[in-house]
Design a protein around this ligand. Structure first.
Ligand code: ASP
Length: 432
């Protein structure tokens, strides 16, 4: 598109905003300006960044609800839902199992916690994880308004699916309501595009705040742990997902990774899979060719139950803590860790920092001290950002494979690498 010659693509703009934000933030931090003028620096960037994240969060419920109703009502045969659901959940569990295994192998092989003294003092409050029975109960909400207000994604998914199925079974009345939802879907997706236009400003502000408020010293002490988490995250994205896309989907994984970049940037800067749902959904349907009846179901479900990046952090954190406390874990304990981490990944909502909260449950199961989480609290923010980027990429990879195997992938759209390709569809937005 000609627009590209005169203006930078959104993807490039976001990337520049991200790097520039970190640089400005670190400069403010080290020049002492962040401390001297907190109102002008930290408060302003926090407010602007939060405005952006809140705008994305504002979209989550309408986008999930409307696109899922459209998706479910466009399935000609509602009984396909069962098979679709089974396949999606199985793939999500499989990728998480691979993720946690990679993390444990790295943790045992490189011993990031060896030689660390164990007398750290906890640095914050650790909340406890919800019980499994509670997670199951939340699938059927008592009150849909309450479920929406609480951001209860599983409850919302079930409700929207049932409405969609009811629409298909309601003859003419269903057709009318169905086309109303189709129109509504176009409108909410337009809303997503509007918010994406201000993404560079939002991302810049979030990064300034990160740079201005994070001390470097805390990283030095935990360098091996931090690097290991980042390396395993990278391996998972550059090996596991490409293999999945290639072997199960028969697709070129390079295209997948290239087209996922803007979504990863959103996830990285917001540290929230939930807030990234609208962007992921739009990218999958518009640029990767996944039909809405698959993506509308797999993306919000994945944002809730599939957290490979979080599993990697939890696996490495557990071995790190065990080593720091001089505890030798048995084979049974490692198995327990695998199961608990997978369950924690299912039960956690895709919001910032929740992976660390659920780590408490994992530690309890293998009798490691929960207060040891204090050791890694200081570096978790940056790891949260990186693992969220992995979480959303996993959701997209599985969505792609499910769509491909269900015959719901538009291969031409997937293959198309045009001028706009870098920009997450922004040339289109700018022209609009
Ligand atoms: N922030 C992550 C997400 O939203 C969850 C976590 O690991 O804390 O996917």
């Amino acid at each position: 598109m000609n627009t590209k010659a005169t203006s930078l693509s959104l993807n490039t703009q976001i990337l520049i905003a991200l790097v520039a934000g970190i640089v400005v933030g670190v400069l403010l931090n080290f020049s002492g300006a962040a401390e001297a003028y907190p109102l002008l620096t930290q408060e302003t960037s926090r407010t602007v960044g939060s405005l952006f994240v809140r705008a994305l969060q504002l979209l989550v419920i309408p986008v999930v609800f409307v696109s899922l109703v459209c998706g479910a009502s466009s399935l000609s045969d509602p009984s396909r839902l069962g098979r679709l659901g089974g396949k999606t959940i199985l793939l999500y569990l499989m990728t998480t199992a691979v993720a946690i295994t990679l993390a444990l192998v790295a943790g045992i092989g490189f011993e990031p916690g060896a030689g660390i003294e164990r007398d750290f003092t906890p640095m914050g409050e650790i909340a406890s994880a919800p019980a499994l029975s509670e997670v199951i109960l939340r699938i059927v909400p008592r009150n849909i308004v309450e479920a929406m207000a609480e951001g209860n994604m599983l409850g919302l998914i079930l409700f929207a699916l049932l409405i969609g199925v009811a629409i298909t079974l309601s003859g003419d009345a269903g057709k009318r309501i169905g086309s109303f939802f189709d129109d509504l879907n176009v409108v909410v997706m337009k809303f997503v595009e509007l918010i994406m236009k201000v993404a560079p400003i939002g991302v810049f502000a979030l990064m300034v705040q990160l740079g201005a408020s994070t001390g470097i010293d805390v990283f030095a002490r935990l360098a091996l742990y931090v690097s290991l988490v980042l390396i395993v995250l990278l391996i998972h994205v550059s090996v596991t997902y490409p293999l999945l896309v290639r072997v199960f989907g028969g697709l070129n994984p390079i295209i997948f990774l290239k087209k996922m970049r803007p979504v990863m940037l959103f996830a990285f800067s917001t540290a929230s899979s939930n807030a990234t749902i609208p962007v992921n959904l739009r990218n999958l349907t518009r640029r990767l060719g996944v039909h809405n009846n698959i993506a509308s179901f797999t993306v919000p479900l994945g944002a809730t139950i599939n957290m490979d990046g979080t599993a990697i952090m939890q696996g490495l954190a557990t071995t790190f803590i065990a080593q720091a406390y001089g505890v030798d874990l048995s084979a049974v304990q490692y198995l327990t860790i695998i199961l608990m981490v997978i369950m924690a990944s299912v039960g956690a909502a895709g919001v910032p920092g929740v992976g660390l909260i659920l780590l408490a449950t994992v530690l309890q199961q293998v009798n490691l001290p929960v207060e040891a989480i204090g050791m890694i609290l200081g570096v978790d923010r940056i790891l949260d950002m990186a693992r969220t980027a992995v979480n959303v990429t996993g959701d997209a990879a599985v969505s792609l494979v499910v769509a491909r195997t269900e015959g719901e992938l538009d291969i031409d759209t997937y293959m198309q690498m045009d001028d706009d390709d870098d920009d997450g569809g922004v040339a289109e937005l700018q022209g609009a």
